[in-house]
Each structure stands twice: as C-alpha cells, then as structure tokens.
Design a protein around this ligand. Structure first.
Ligand code: GLN
Length: 279
C-alpha cells in the first residue's frame, strides 16, 4: 500500500511537471495554455512508453552474440551483460526487448536504417561512430588486451610488430592494430567475424596473437587454458555505451534516465558483478 501511494504521488508529481512544461511552452499563446496542458498531461500520463520505437511496444536491440560475457548464445537464447541491460531498460520504458543478432560491423547501420532501435554490443564510444549515431551515457570501462599461445614469445604490445594479428572486423581492436599512429607494425592483420574464430586460428598457428576487448579476451583464454593465455597489459582505455539513432533523441533521453536509475539503485553493478567478478 505504501508503495502504491508513493507510486501515485510520483505519478501526480510527474503529471504536474508535464503540465507545467506544457504551460511554459504555450505561454505566448493567447488563452490556449489550458488546452495544451490538458493534452500534454493526457498524452504522457496514460501510457508508460511515450518514446517512438521501430515496432510499437518493442525495444529492438542489435548485437553480435559472440562476445562473452557481454552477449553470447546459450542454446537459442542471447544472454549476457548487455542482454540483461536490454531487458531492464525495456522494462523501465514499458517495452519488450527483442534481440537482432548480426555481424558487429552491421550494428550501426541497422540503427541508422531503422531496423533496430539501439546497438547494445559492448560497443565503444568512438569518434568515427559518433558521426553516425548518438551514444548514451557510458555503462562500463574496457580496453584492448592481447591473447597469445602459452608458448608465445609475445610478452607485451611492443612484441606485436612483425606478427600476424587477429582481430574482430570493424572493432576498436581492429582500429588499434591497423592504425600506424598506434605504433604497432604488424606483418598483417587478419579480420574475423568473432573472437572464437580468431581463437581457432591462433590455436592452429595461422596467427600469432589476438587483440580484443579485455573481458572477452579473458573468456577466450579461459576456454583453452592449456593452449591460450591473456597478457596482463591493457592497450587502450575505452568506454561502452548504447548507440541510438541521431533522430530519436527522446529514446536517447529515456535510455539515459533508465541507465541512471540502474546506476543509482545498484542494479547495473549487480549485473556487471554477476558476469565479471567470478574468479
Ligand atoms: N568494444 C569493441 C568495439 O566497440 C568491440 C565490440 C564487439 O566486438 N562487440 O569495437
């Protein structure tokens, strides 16, 4: 009952606030303010989801479910940190989360072309990407790491020069080893659709190292403990966020509010702890 009362008072406060906004925006009209207020509170007060999405009632999130622990397949289901974040945000917006699994380098265009509402894929905020999409507030810190075979002579980033390096196509790891200004001079860069495919090539000796985000790097090494190891060094400093179409700032704002609530309540940390601090 107490909770219900609190909810109701929040609802009333929210409606009053919307009313106030309505009044403010129409204050230059002559006598029209009352109508505008009623419309505003009526429209916003009745439903939980006032944001526009690709499919009514749904929050479609584009991802590449080959990036444990952020997103990966468990049977036919996409699970992981980002899957839980998608569900939590969707619930807060009164929507149902629906995943679209695709290649990582297709995610941004799926958002800009209106196939998906958001890109949620351990995606680093990156200046090039910001030309095409908006990013939400960030939700986790990350960085690139190196995976090698246990008998490798590569001990740090300095040893990567002259080597064949595997990356996931179109990722910040790809960018890091491919851009001359980062000081890595690989013999060649082999681009894979997933870290698992790169790991296979590393085990069979086709490549000398993988550069990939630190937590997925840990997972790759853990999957083949007798063959692969993740080096301790972190090569970059990155932050993950949710990609949203530039034309849908209402959705961006709603996501940021939801994320902030998840940060304040400890829900986000609980999700991260569940997947990241298990050793
Ligand atoms: N964080 C990296 C990037 O944004 C890799 C993301 C991924 O492969 N899912 O490019």
């Amino acid at each position: 009952m107490k909770k219900f009362v609190k909810f109701m008072s929040l609802l009333v406060a929210g409606t009053m606030l919307l009313g106030a906004v309505g009044c403010g925006s129409s204050s230059t009209d002559n006598g029209g303010s009352e109508e505008t207020t009623a419309e505003a509170s009526g429209a916003e007060g009745s439903g939980t989801a006032s944001v526009k999405t690709v499919q009514e009632g749904k929050l479609i999130w584009a991802t590449n479910a080959e990036f444990a622990p952020y997103e990966y397949m468990e049977g036919s289901e996409v699970v992981g940190i980002d899957a839980e974040i998608a569900d939590a945000i969707a619930a807060k917006l009164g929507l149902e989360a629906q995943v679209e699994n695709m290649d990582f380098d297709a995610i941004i265009s799926s958002v800009t072309s209106g196939k998906a509402d958001i890109g949620l894929a351990g995606m680093t905020v990156d200046p090039d990407r910001l030309n095409n999409v908006n990013f939400s507030d960030t939700y986790v810190e990350a960085g690139q790491a190196i995976v090698v075979t246990t008998d490798s002579d590569i001990k740090s980033a300095a040893d990567l020069s002259g080597k064949i390096i595997g990356v996931q196509r179109g990722t910040t790891g790809d960018e890091y080893v491919s851009k001359a200004e980062n000081g890595v001079n690989p013999a060649s860069v082999e681009r894979y659709g997933s870290g698992t495919d790169a790991a296979q090539s590393l085990i069979t000796g086709k490549i000398d190292a993988i550069v990939i985000d630190n937590e997925p790097a840990k997972k790759i090494a853990e999957a083949s403990p007798d063959k692969l190891v993740k080096l301790d060094e972190t090569l970059t400093s990155e932050e993950y966020a949710i990609a949203v179409d530039k034309n849908n700032t209402e959705l961006l704002d709603a996501i940021n509010t939801a994320l902030q609530e998840m940060k304040d309540s400890g829900e986000l940390q609980a999700i991260l702890d569940k997947y990241l601090n298990e050793e």
